[in-house]
Write a protein that binds this ligand. Structure first.
Ligand code: 5GP
Ligand code: MN
Length: 346
């Protein structure tokens, strides 16, 4: 395990790179108009980090607009401020912001939105290999969610933890840790969640809204996916396959696929999951999840993608038959190496 966690005694670490947090605070305080963005196909961390930041800017009397390449999955629309997110492939022509805050993106192209280049960019991220594309770059790979970093910035700005801000910080942590499953959780994570709970967040309600808001169609899809699941490597590796025909047969859309990848990991023997989604244009979207020290980010990197040790992804040209074995071979290697590190008490 990468995070030593002696019971009780671990002090909550101060924000790392404190001077960078202060630099970001000073830039934000000095500037009036902001664009906020994050990666394409947003997840809970990208949504939560952006909206927490937007509410903090509101509290400071700053103007901000949020521009994303894609709509978030439907269940995120239960949370405050979602109507503020503008969906666009390009920065809107009437956006006269002088500053862009990019969160959760190792590379500016991850936004999927054109037109941020050449502006004053504040880059806040927790992915290994961040390309430092901003005027100010803070990336902390020890953060369990980008929202942990946003929390530090908001505290440095002196903005109180409102219910809305706390909700989005918590939403991001809950989702980006795979509901407190991934290995990058630290005392800092729980300290932030504690403060969010004190600010009025109801953890049970959050978990229900995020994880127990499936459609009936999604339940059917779970059945269809697990029915076709392959087990490889003596049952240590599960492979899921999805295409548009399966989605349609279950009355689902791409919006219903979030979280499906985690299902096989509930089996004790399974250490890694590869989820192949074939798109109509012949591309293959590959998502991976793993347990313990099985590092799927290395596999994603080898194929031009990225992510974290326990959650990573990439997109390759198909057809699936031609790319599948090379990908699975690398995941098997990652399992063989990481499985040795399985903690004793699990
Ligand atoms: P997901 O499997 O949920 O799409 O992504 C899991 C993790 O891998 C997320 O942290 C996400 O940012 C990262 N990731 C997924 N796809 C890509 C990709 O194409 N490029 C990069 N750099 N990261 C990715
Ligand atoms: Mn994240």
């Amino acid at each position: 395990m990468s995070n030593p966690a002696p019971a009780g005694a671990t002090p909550v670490a101060p924000p790392p790179a404190e001077s960078l947090v202060q630099q970001i605070r000073d830039e934000i305080l000095a500037r009036p108009r902001f664009l906020i963005t994050s990666h394409a196909r947003p997840d809970g961390d990208s949504i939560g980090s952006q909206l927490a930041m937007a509410y903090a800017l509101d509290a400071l009397g700053k103007q901000s607009r949020i521009v994303n390449a894609d709509r978030a999955p439907d269940h995120y629309y239960d949370f405050p401020g979602m109507e503020r997110i503008e969906i666009a492939a390009e920065v809107p022509a009437d956006a006269d912001a002088d500053t862009v805050i990019v969160m959760e993106c190792g590379d500016l192209s991850r936004t999927g939105v054109r037109g941020f280049e050449g502006r004053f960019i504040i880059n806040i991220d927790h992915h290994v290999g961040n390309r430092m594309y901003g005027a100010v770059n803070w990336f902390d790979v020890s953060a369990a969610a980008c929202s942990e970093m946003v929390f530090d910035v908001i505290r440095a700005l002196g903005v109180p933890l409102s219910f809305e801000i706390a909700t989005h910080i918590y939403l991001a942590i809950l989702t980006d840790t795979g509901s407190f499953h991934h290995s990058n959780i630290t005392p800092r994570t729980f300290d932030i969640c504690r403060q969010a709970t004190e600010a009025g967040v109801n953890p049970a309600a959050m978990a229900r809204r995020i994880f127990d808001s499936n459609s009936f169609g999604k339940l059917k899809l779970i059945g269809a996916l697990l029915d076709k699941m392959q087990l490889l490597d003596n049952g240590r590796l599960a492979v899921l396959y999805l295409d548009d025909a399966m989605l349609e047969a279950c009355g689902c859309t791409n919006n219903d696929t979030e979280g499906l990848i985690n299902l096989p990991l509930t089996a004790r023997e399974i250490y890694a999951v590869v989820f192949f989604k074939v798109t109509p244009d012949g591309m293959v979207r590959v998502s991976m999840r793993s347990k313990y020290d099985v590092d799927v980010r290395i596999v994603a990197n080898a194929f031009g993608g990225g992510g974290h040790k326990n959650a990573a992804g990439f997109t390759v040209n198909g057809p699936l038959d031609q790319v599948r074995d090379a990908i699975l071979d690398q995941v098997k290697t990652a399992v063989a190496e990481g499985v040795l590190e399985r903690p004793a008490q699990t």
